[in-house]
Design a protein around this ligand. Structure first.
Ligand code: OAD
Length: 259
């Protein structure tokens, strides 16, 4: 991240009437929530996605899948929003029309003060019936020590007795239609799209910054690594979310506050 890059990005944000803040797992990495594809620590480096994150996996071994998501849910419940989440909420509060669109299934944006973030890949805290889709109750996850690899039989639906499933999007499943529509609408009418902590490899979510660029928005990227989204990015801020985002908020609005 360079000072000039931060100033350029801050100018774009300060002038924006409409902004989309598009986030991925890197946003929550510094809260201790692992990403999917980072070398060594990424979940998909350690676990088999096909055995844990597909409808077939849940059909074949519901206790393995439910146990794995319970592990993730309890770990997230113990995590705290980081300075990057707080800065995202500050940007949202300053830009007249701002929408947070996240691929994350954690609730750290909400807990940092973001209002109604759009969850493209569902939520760890919204389990539902695997047959009738009725929402199910979710415990707060704070009762037990999180352990990976523990099999836990999923609860049964009070209405139809089918197993309750995690409220996340699995590989091979469609994204929630409302969430995708809201994200595409926001991306196609924004002045600025700020993408934070995503590898930009998973579709259709990765289309969102591309849609924004196609409709003329300036794309700002916050990520320590190169990504395929570099191709549509106007200002690239290489660095971790907890450093870059607070610096961006300071550069965009602190001068106003002092005036
Ligand atoms: P990935 O794990 O694919 O990418 C994480 C990105 O965050 C990488 O580009 C890292 O360089 C970056 N990163 C790491 N630490 C960071 C930090 N401190 N600050 C900023 N960036 C950082 O995660 P996603 O792109 O979110 O889908 O993955 C997309 C989807 O793939 C997920 O929603 C999930 C997964 O399979 C489903 O489960 C449906």
């Amino acid at each position: 991240m360079t000072d000039q890059g931060v100033r350029e990005a801050a100018d774009l944000l300060r002038r924006a009437l409409r902004a989309v803040i598009f986030t991925g797992a890197g946003m929550s990495a510094e809260s201790g929530v692992p990403t999917f594809r980072d070398a060594l620590t990424g979940l998909w480096q350690q676990f088999d996605a096909q055995a844990l994150a597909t409808p077939q996996a849940f059909h074949d071994d519901p206790a393995l899948v439910w146990g794995w998501y319970e592990w993730r849910r309890t770990a997230v419940a113990r995590a705290r929003p980081n300075a990057g989440h707080v800065a995202v909420a500050a940007i949202e509060a300053r830009v007249p029309h701002a929408v947070v669109v996240t691929q994350n299934v954690d609730d750290l944006h909400e807990r940092a003060g973001s209002v109604d973030p759009v969850h493209l890949h569902g939520s760890l805290f919204a389990p539902r019936c695997s047959a009738c889709a009725r929402p199910a109750w979710a415990a707060d996850g704070l009762g037990e020590e999180p352990t990976d690899g523990r099999r836990v039989t999923p609860p049964s639906c009070g209405h139809c007795s089918a197993p309750i499933r995690p409220g996340v999007v699995w590989f091979g499943e469609a994204l929630p239609e409302d969430a995708l529509d809201t994200a595409v609408d926001a991306a196609s009418s924004c002045d600025v799209l700020l993408t934070v902590g995503t590898s930009g490899l998973v579709y259709p979510a990765a289309e969102i910054p591309q849609v924004a660029a196609r409709f003329g928005a300036a794309v700002i990227q916050v990520n320590p690594q190169e990504t395929p989204l570099d191709a549509v990015t106007a200002v690239n801020l290489r660095g971790p979310a907890t450093e870059v985002l607070p610096a961006l908020v300071r550069a965009a609005w602190e001068a106003d506050d002092r005036a």
